[in-house]
Design a protein around this ligand. Structure first.
Ligand code: HEM
Length: 367
């Protein structure tokens, strides 16, 4: 017998992004989908915004090749050592400048830091007007990727399309410049150089780089990759922040064939949206889920209930990078500074990602 509704097993029918859809919101169902990747391949409803040949669009061998490169370049132990050196001066200098200003909107400032880090790691762009423009366009692009793909002017999607055009123009120009340059790797040695090389020599990974590129005079302030791993309490705060921030609320798949899950039919061609934010805010999985409680990480979460980075062969390729950046930031923040919320009762907006309405305005000073 095939049943019609999935209440109780965490599977629902709906209509999303212009096509019939199954919504998954139980750890077991999501796991079933994440692990049956041949039956449920990835399918973003707005893939043209992300790029039809990007890592999140391609499958099979192309996916394995690009994923292995990206993950080696940003998420493996050697890469993480490099990241630790690269991002610390940026974080430390930014926190100093917050203290000089005395009052900042933390969300905007943190975004500047993380975007600066990404700009530096991926394309060696330094902070300045170009990076600020990319930051704005990237934010516009992000607002469109989980929105209804409507070309009507004024919609989040149509704005995102314009943002993507501008972003692509900048990257294309940079790519052309590098292709013309004969001495590619000496100049940048970033992710873009690696991707260019990968096209030329299949499967080539980034070579070993200099480990320390920090300013020697500031060395005393830095923390090493090994020391970061020992910051047990900070790492609990990192996990709790990522759980509650839920920056990837849904991930997208499609049913390649008819499938049955615990008696419920998932018809071929239907979208399958895994609503992972639901899992992280379900009291069945986390006690008092909306409260920020790092102590809950004294024990591991129930099996399958922590899917913030997805699961299976498409698990987030930057999960350790994200964790490390957050850990470094928190370490320098709490050991050097104090702050107070200007609007302690500020409301939180949840779409597309949770964020306080006032941008977390804080009074900020050194300890
Ligand atoms: C807290 C921060 C982050 C969260 C919560 C997050 C979450 C996710 C999730 C849920 C997926 C799986 C999508 C799916 O299964 O369809 C994913 C994929 C991915 N993430 Fe992240 N991510 C984060 C940070 C990052 C960072 C910093 C990078 C790189 C700089 C990154 C790069 C990627 C890539 C390349 C994929 C695609 C992997 C593939 O399809 O093989 N992520 N991320």
């Amino acid at each position: 017998m095939v049943l019609s509704y999935g209440d109780g097993v965490g599977v629902y029918r709906s209509h999303l992004f212009g096509s019939p859809a199954i919504i998954g919101c139980s750890p077991e169902f999501n796991k079933f989908v994440f692990q049956s990747h041949d039956l449920f391949p990835i399918k973003w409803p707005t893939i043209e915004l992300l790029g039809c040949t990007s890592i999140v669009a391609v499958d099979g061998k192309s996916h394995t090749r690009i994923r292995s490169y990206v993950s080696n370049a940003i998420n493996k132990p050697d890469a993480l050592k490099r990241v630790t050196s690269l991002v610390q001066p940026i974080i430390i200098n930014s926190l100093r400048s917050w203290a000089e200003k005395g009052q900042v909107k933390a969300v905007n400032e943190v975004k500047k830091i993380t975007f600066g880090n990404i700009g530096s790691m991926f394309v060696s762009f330094k902070p300045g007007p170009l990076l600020d423009m990319l930051d704005q366009d990237f934010a516009g692009l992000l607002r469109g990727v989980r929105a209804q793909p409507s070309k009507l002017p004024g919609t989040a999607y149509s704005h995102a399309v314009q943002c993507r055009k501008r972003l692509m123009a900048v990257f294309r120009k940079e790519l052309e410049k590098r292709k013309r340059s004969s001495d590619l790797s000496d100049e940048n040695n970033d992710l873009m150089d690696g991707l260019i090389k990968m096209k030329d020599e299949e499967g080539k990974l980034l070579g070993d780089e200099e480990e320390e590129n920090m300013a020697a005079s500031k060395k005393g302030d830095f923390i090493t990759r090994e020391e970061l791993a020992e910051l047990k309490n900070t790492n609990k705060v990192v996990e709790e922040t990522i759980r509650l921030a839920n920056i990837a609320p849904i991930v997208f798949r499609v049913a390649k064939e008819d499938a049955i899950y615990q008696g419920y039919k998932i018809p071929k061609g239907w979208n399958v949206a895994l609503w992972i934010r639901y899992i992280h805010t379900d009291p069945k999985n986390f006690v008092d889920p909306m409260s920020f409680d790092p102590e809950r990480w004294n024990n591991p979460p129930k099996p399958g209930t922590y899917q913030v980075f997805g699961e299976g062969p498409r698990i987030c390729a930057g999960n350790m990078l994200a964790r490390i950046q957050l850990c470094i930031f928190l370490h320098h923040l709490v050991t050097g500074y104090k702050w107070e919320l200007i609007n302690p009762d500020a409301k939180i907006t949840y779409l597309p990602h949770p964020r306080p309405d006032d941008g977390v305005e804080i009074a900020f000073s050194t300890l």
